[in-house]
Design a protein around this ligand. Structure first.
Ligand code: SAM
Ligand code: SF4
Length: 327
């Protein structure tokens, strides 16, 4: 029985992104189509017991980090209870959450008490009308959620901004100022051709190397590192505590150090955000597979992990929306 997970290309898998729902209370145009309602059936959702079992198996195979994501994870009822169960699993050192923060005002303290260590919040604009155009939602709710997360003691809080030409690329400097003011970490993300929505939004793709060069004209950027196990490459803005991460799946892919797999709400393991390689765990769980069998199945699944995505070469190939896989 393996003790750790290593794929065919020698990459150690030690991070699971766990999508607890494919539903969301926003409709960011690059992620999910307006009016989209074709969600996974509730009978297919992994229960909290099933999720805990799968994450326990991963932990026994050396996985130390789990991120709760979605869709919008806080749309799943009783999420803090699940978080507490996962944080308590032996071997899980780091339980984090990606959220749009619309419901953070209500749940921030419970999440902190449950043992969530770090949170990332999507925020593409600081302009209310633009926010409505991008997401269909209200900016004030997200800002209130962010402040609630801060008040609950989360630190660092990372802001994720998908930078898009003609949509919000004029706000890069404003977002830097906002993050300095509130002591948030800022991460810029390149638009990925994930799903029809992502593919269409890729027409507004901005190469983050250009954003970095633009910021370097205004600020002194000191190369640095920041913990998290993710793909962002960080700099610090001299004279401030602000760290800025650049997530560049298109202009500079990071597949050779990929350490993760994604578990969707229906129990499918996706090996790569940009490829279709997958393995279905739900039928095995519901057929009564034992713990050894589950660990073996996971190890077999990891063998399917492809070497890299091909967003540049084959931008037309991915059919799932980001909200289905768990971004
Ligand atoms: N709802 C949560 C949120 O928005 O943070 C978690 C799930 S969301 C799918 C995770 C991240 O994926 C967000 O930061 C979002 O901006 C990003 N995302 C979604 N579609 C994308 C795309 N086509 N290209 C790049 N990033 C995308
Ligand atoms: Fe919802 Fe997050 Fe997708 Fe926006 S990016 S639609 S908040 S899942």
């Amino acid at each position: 029985m393996p003790q750790t997970l290593t794929d065919q290309f020698g990459r150690r898998i030690e991070y699971v992104r766990l999508s607890v729902t494919d539903q969301c209370d926003l409709r960011c145009f690059y992620c999910m189509p307006k009016g989209f309602r074709d969600f996974e059936e509730p009978t297919h959702w992994l229960s909290f017991d099933e999720i805990e079992r799968v994450i326990r198996a991963f932990a026994e195979l050396g996985v130390e980090r789990v991120r709760l994501t979605g869709g919008e994870p806080l749309v799943r009822k009783d999420l803090p209870q699940l978080a507490a169960r996962l944080a308590a699993l032996p071997g899980i050192e780091d339980l984090s959450l990606s959220s749009n923060a619309t419901r953070m005002g209500k749940h921030a303290k419970a999440l902190k008490d449950a043992g969530v260590t770090r949170i990332n919040v999507s925020l593409d604009t600081l302009q209310p009308e633009r926010f409505r155009q991008i997401t269909g939602g209200k900016l004030e709710k997200v800002l209130a959620g962010l402040m609630a997360a801060k008040a609950a003691g989360f630190h660092p809080i990372k802001i994720n901004m998908v930078v898009m030409k003609g949509v919000n690329d004029d706000e890069v400097e404003d977002m830097v100022a906002f993050c300095i003011e509130h002591d948030f970490t800022l991460r810029f993300i390149e638009t990925m051709p994930v799903g029809d929505t992502g593919r269409e939004a890729s027409a507004q793709y901005v190469d983050l190397q250009d954003v970095k060069a633009r910021l370097a004209e205004r600020f002194e950027l000191i190369p640095g590192v920041m913990p998290g196990g993710g793909p962002a490459r960080y700099v610090r803005v001299a004279g401030t505590d602000l760290r800025i991460g650049f997530i560049t799946p298109i202009s500079q892919h990071f597949c050779e150090t990929c350490n993760r797999v994604r578990l969707s709400v229906d129990g499918t393991l996706y090996m790569c955000l940009g490829q279709e390689h997958r393995f279905e765990l739900r039928p095995l769980l519901r057929a009564g597979i034992d713990d050894d069998g589950l660990r073996e199945a996971i190890a077999r699944a990891i063998d399917l992990k492809p070497e890299r995505h091909e967003f540049r070469e084959k931008p037309g190939q991915v059919i799932r929306f980001m909200s289905m896989t768990g971004g």
